[in-house]
Design a protein around this ligand. Structure first.
Ligand code: SF4
Ligand code: SF4
Length: 301
């Protein structure tokens, strides 16, 4: 089961919800013999790790393939420059320039170069860390936490998000529960993060700004034909616009997390909120129950 936690804009409490939900579900799972994996896919600015600590059990560099020019083999036929759809190759009278930042690793130039002068080579795009998180010593309920950090200067987060999901697919049992903490917004990294999720939780605030960005996120989900629901964070501020919109659009509101000073204080200390806030815990239970119901017919993966 794959649950994506996304939002139309940053700062809505998406990561707070992802971290708490992962720990909460793991705490109630041991009897069912399943495993929770929290995956921070906000690779440009991963911050779930600020709220959890654990034992680093695996670390690996991540790469993507880009062409490398072999000058001695090249006949300056211009084929590669003309076929690259991303303007990542420029042929000059006496040299060939490759812009790896623009390359989409499609292999076309490498495959079609008549002289085999463009072999594909690895380019580092980031680092992946895999932690075992010890949260509840009483129930022995550890969970896994994966974060990837994009290499500085790397222009696109999409390849690293893809690689991170591949890692989790290979490293964990098919029946595990994966919680994706997605990048904010509605651009390509978000689409890559949510595209194979079974269910997406859109976190928003009950304000005009929150509503504006929620509408964009909802449009994205509809275009992707994804199942989704909404969680309202900081309920009590702003106005009724988000609730009215969800009601009119027939969108399920899964939970409303109150705007509570104690929750904010726990957040600022990097603590798990549901451990001390009954209200927060009740909201997590509501989310978990809803997801269980919706996904009871879902195939694992
Ligand atoms: S396709 Fe190959 S031979 Fe032709 S210009 Fe490009 S690298 Fe050189
Ligand atoms: S691999 Fe594809 S995108 Fe990259 S330089 Fe070659 S043709 Fe362009």
């Amino acid at each position: 089961m794959k649950i994506a936690i996304a939002s139309g804009k940053g700062g809505t409490g998406k990561t707070t919800l992802a971290v708490n939900l992962a720990s909460f579900i793991q705490n109630i799972l041991p009897k069912q013999n399943e495993e929770v994996v929290l995956i921070d896919l906000d690779v440009e600015e991963p911050n779930a790790g600020l709220f959890i600590s654990g034992e680093l059990i695996h670390k690996e560099e991540q790469f993507r393939l880009v062409p490398q020019w072999i000058e001695g083999k090249c006949t300056f036929c211009d084929k590669c420059q003309s076929l690259c759809q991303f303007n990542a190759i420029a042929q000059l009278p006496k040299t060939l320039l490759i812009y790896p930042e623009l390359c989409h690793s499609c292999f076309a130039c490498s495959e079609l170069c008549p002289e085999q002068a463009l072999p594909m080579v690895n380019r580092k795009i980031g680092i992946l860390n895999h932690y075992n998180v010890h949260y509840d010593f009483a129930s022995q309920s550890d969970f896994s936490f994966i974060e990837s950090i994009l290499q500085i200067g790397e222009p696109s987060a999409v390849p690293l998000i893809k690689k991170t999901k591949e890692y989790t697919r290979d490293a964990f049992h098919i029946n595990c529960i994966k919680i994706f903490d997605c990048p904010p917004g509605t651009s390509c990294p978000v689409i890559e993060a949510v595209k194979d999720a079974d269910f997406t939780i859109l976190v928003t605030e009950p304000t005009p700004f929150g509503l504006h960005d929620l509408k964009l996120a909802v449009e994205t989900m509809k275009k992707l034909d994804k199942r989704f629901g909404v969680v309202i964070n900081r309920d009590g501020i702003g106005n009724e616009g988000v609730e009215e919109y969800c009601s009119n659009e027939n969108i399920q509101i899964l939970a409303k997390i109150p705007n509570d000073k104690k929750i904010a204080e726990q957040y600022s200390r990097g603590e798990l909120i549901y451990k001390k806030s009954n209200e927060f815990r009740l909201q997590l239970e509501a989310i978990q129950n809803y997801i269980n119901t919706v996904l009871s017919f879902c195939s694992p993966g």
